[in-house]
Design a protein around this ligand. Structure first.
Ligand SMILES: Nc1ncnc2c1ncn2[C@@H]1O[C@H](COP(=O)(O)OP(=O)(O)OP(=O)(O)O)[C@@H](O)[C@H]1O
Length: 287
């Protein structure tokens, strides 16, 4: 495997002087080609800042980001980002097909090729046949599929996803998680996902990077040894899954006993539920 993303000694401070705020502190990690890594950390720890630095949207105060060996200075052509808020990232006046084609317009790609890539990407996300509709004619989950299709159409070397499923219902969230894993396997995509959701980070990933509270630094880099073929019910019930989610919860909450880890994990689910996020109904009952 070759290294697709290398983050080295990355720090970012907002402002300067006594009012400066360090959001990210001396982060170093790599993501190998074809790997799906997730970043999980407490609210406000600096996840979005890290993602913006990786995407070339924000120059880091210190350190470097390299994509397939090339130093990132500005948004690389072969990088795509899927944001949480699909309703603000799709153009309502453009058809689904045109939305997916849109980023390809700025490249030297013929009209025919743009159409064919958009059709292929829509097929990959299970939306063949809706290219002529407008985003507002689709459900929230379908709109987020369009955003994913748009990212895939540019055939990115690295796909960044910032809380990509936080605005859809629980069932759709599960479907989109499975879609992301299928796309990763079929396309060999390299994906870095930022999420608040401990269970999601474990279910989705080959690796989970756990960040400390602000300023973010890496407290653990955990390989996920779950089978490649995963299932929303049996995988989440497996002993390996339960152990890993407890480990991530324990790390996020600064260590402690296994009981504390379970409590922390439940608390994290409750926090998500309170935010109107997507914890399945069955897991919302406090014991
Ligand atoms: N443009 C900015 N100017 C000043 N401070 C900022 C700016 N953007 C973020 N911060 C601060 O940097 C810290 C990290 O913010 P960031 O949004 O990266 O965290 P996060 O982990 O993504 O948060 P959340 O989990 O709530 O999405 C926070 O304390 C935030 O207030």
């Amino acid at each position: 495997m070759s290294t697709m993303l290398e983050v080295s000694g990355l720090s970012h401070r907002y402002g300067s002087g006594p009012k400066a705020h360090t959001a990210v502190n001396d982060l170093s990690f790599t993501v190998e080609a074809g790997q799906l890594a997730s970043i999980v950390g407490p609210s406000g720890c600096g996840k979005s800042t890290l993602l913006r630095c990786v995407a070339g949207l924000t120059p880091p105060t210190e350190g470097t980001v390299s994509l397939h060996g090339d130093r990132v200075n500005g948004v690389p052509d072969d990088l795509a980002v899927v944001f949480q808020d699909y309703s603000r990232s799709l153009f309502p006046w453009l058809s689904v097909q045109k939305n997916v084609e849109f980023p390809l317009r700025w490249r030297q790609i013929s009209r025919a090729e743009r159409r064919s890539r958009a059709a292929e990407a829509l097929e990959q996300v299970g939306l063949s046949g809706v290219g002529g509709k407008f985003p507002w004619q689709l459900s929230g989950g379908m709109q987020q599929r369009v955003s994913i299709a748009r990212a895939l159409a540019s055939r990115p070397a690295l796909l960044l996803m910032d809380e990509p499923f936080a605005s859809v219902d629980a069932q759709t969230r599960f479907e989109l998680e499975d879609l992301t894993r299928r796309v990763q396997r079929e396309q060999g995509s390299t994906i870095l996902v930022v999420t608040h959701d401990i269970d999601e980070s474990v279910y989705l990933s080959d690796r989970v990077l756990v960040l400390s509270k602000s300023p973010a630094s890496i407290v653990a880099d955990l390989p996920v040894g779950l089978p490649t073929a995963r299932d929303q019910i049996t995988t989440r019930e497996s002993a390996e899954f339960v152990t890993l989610r407890s480990e991530v919860a324990r790390l996020l909450h600064g260590g402690g006993t296994p009981e504390a880890a379970t409590a922390a994990s439940d608390a994290a689910e409750w926090e998500l539920a309170e935010r109107g996020s997507n914890v399945p109904e069955g897991s919302k009952t406090r014991s």
